[in-house]
Design a protein around this ligand. Structure first.
Ligand code: SF4
Length: 415
């Protein structure tokens, strides 16, 4: 049965939520479950009045609504974790460049969205699908004079001329690497190769950007599927090594670590889902690499190259370096401040400003800076005074509320 345009948009927008490379929201599990199983055909029942395809995404620290949609859900590849793999018998759909451009322009005019995230299955032919993506962008920018945010997917193996064309229109480009090593990628996505059809495209984007052949504002993102393989090489050490390269050499804006979840009907359907806490620790490590100047040697890995799930990697580093703490925050430079567990760039800036204003003389003043993370108190001095007071012993072997002198928190102390 032929699908209406709205039904196709519903199908293709729900399919796009699997790609996290511009995400802020997590997909709705109930909707996804129906979609993955294909039990409701290609048209998902939605709350009445709720429009399909709108997700909130983060761009340069601002959250905005975007239309997140696939050009096509047809795919000739057979990635083992993916619902759209060619060998899966499931509903498919595709939209023409004109259809997507028109819907995007109308939704923008109605104030529903401020951007578009356009991803896609590979279709029958990488070049023709990538051409459709570029044509959609071209029609939007040239015919509809669209000025909103635009994130375009680069397909694995896309040719450089089409990457250059996409870069004329996009604010963001992304190609998903999925796994940090060649052997793992071949295992979970047999049609893909890091060297053969992913890394070359990533490097081309950055080369074109530096040469001024595409918009200089274009930044890249990518996504890893974490825990989809038992390959010991696909460990956290390898993921953080790759992240360091992407941020340092290729001007990446973000990297996404999607905890593996088995999809019914795929070869990995019986594999256990990855512990979401692993993704959480990887995101923490990722921020340390991207914003805090951490290098591979600063992370503590176990004997199989994984981070400790029970401790923030920054605190794990601090515990390994007792010789560096406590740090007196009235004297430390910004690069030292952001190494203190619980202190990030925003708090470090506030500390520096408070020093300039003469407002940082005691632990009490530090707490007034706002949004202080409790654990930072163990690692700091303020004008030579310890950040955390020693626990107060209460006689009588009972638990009492003790108000700390500088008003940071109320703490229960057991004598
Ligand atoms: S390339 Fe792989 S991950 Fe992308 S849609 Fe096709 S099968 Fe799915």
């Amino acid at each position: 049965m032929a699908l209406s345009k709205l039904e196709k948009i519903e199908h293709l927008s729900l399919g796009a939520v699997f790609d996290l490379t511009c995400s802020q929201e997590q997909p709705n599990p109930t909707e996804l479950d129906s979609f993955i199983k294909g039990t409701q055909g290609s048209c998902i029942q939605r709350e009445s009045g709720k429009l399909p395809g709108i997700s909130n995404v983060s761009n340069c620290g601002r959250t905005m609504p975007v239309l997140k949609v696939l050009q096509t859900s047809h795919c000739k590849f057979n990635c083992k974790y993916c619902s759209f793999r060619q060998q899966n018998d499931r509903p498919r759909a595709n939209l023409t460049p004109f259809e997507i451009a028109q819907v995007t322009a109308e939704m923008t005019q109605s104030g529903l969205i401020e951007g578009i995230f356009l991803s896609s299955g590979v279709g029958d032919n990488i070049r023709s699908t990538m051409t459709d993506i570029v044509d959609t962008a071209h029609i939007l920018r040239e015919k509809y004079l669209y000025t909103g945010y635009m994130h375009l997917k680069i397909l694995p193996g896309a040719s450089i001329d089409l990457i250059e064309a996409a870069g004329q229109y996009a604010d963001r480009l992304s190609i998903n690497m999925e796994a940090p090593t060649e052997s793992t990628l071949r295992e979970i996505a047999p049609n893909k190769g890091i060297k053969a059809n992913i890394l070359k495209q990533m490097q081309a984007i950055e080369t074109l950007r530096r040469q001024g052949k595409i918009n200089r504002r274009v930044g890249q993102t990518t996504q890893f599927v974490v825990g989809s393989s038992d390959d010991p090489g696909a460990n956290d050490r390898a993921l953080i090594t790759a992240a360091g390269y992407f941020y340092r050499e290729l001007n990446f804006r973000r990297i996404y670590y999607s905890a593996f979840n088995p999809v019914p009907g795929t070869p990995l359907a019986d594999r256990s889902p990855e512990n979401p806490r692993r993704s959480h620790r990887l995101y923490q490590a990722d921020r340390l690499v991207a914003q805090y100047g951490f290098e591979l040697k600063d992370f503590i890995f176990n004997d199989v190259g994984k981070l400790d799930l029970e401790i923030d990697p920054k605190e794990a580093w601090a515990k390994q370096h007792p010789e560096l703490f406590p740090i007196d925050i009235t004297k430390a430079d910004p690069s030292q401040l952001i190494r203190i567990p619980g202190i990030g760039p925003i708090t470090a800036r506030k500390i520096c400003q408070a020093r300039v204003d003469g407002l940082l003389k005691s632990p009490d003043d530090f707490v007034k800076i706002g949004r202080i993370i409790d654990k930072s108190l163990d690692y700091i001095l303020v004008n030579g005074r310890a950040g955390r007071l020693k626990p107060v012993k209460v006689p009588g072997n009972k638990t009492e509320q003790i108000e700390l002198p500088f008003g940071y928190e109320k703490d229960k102390v057991t004598a």
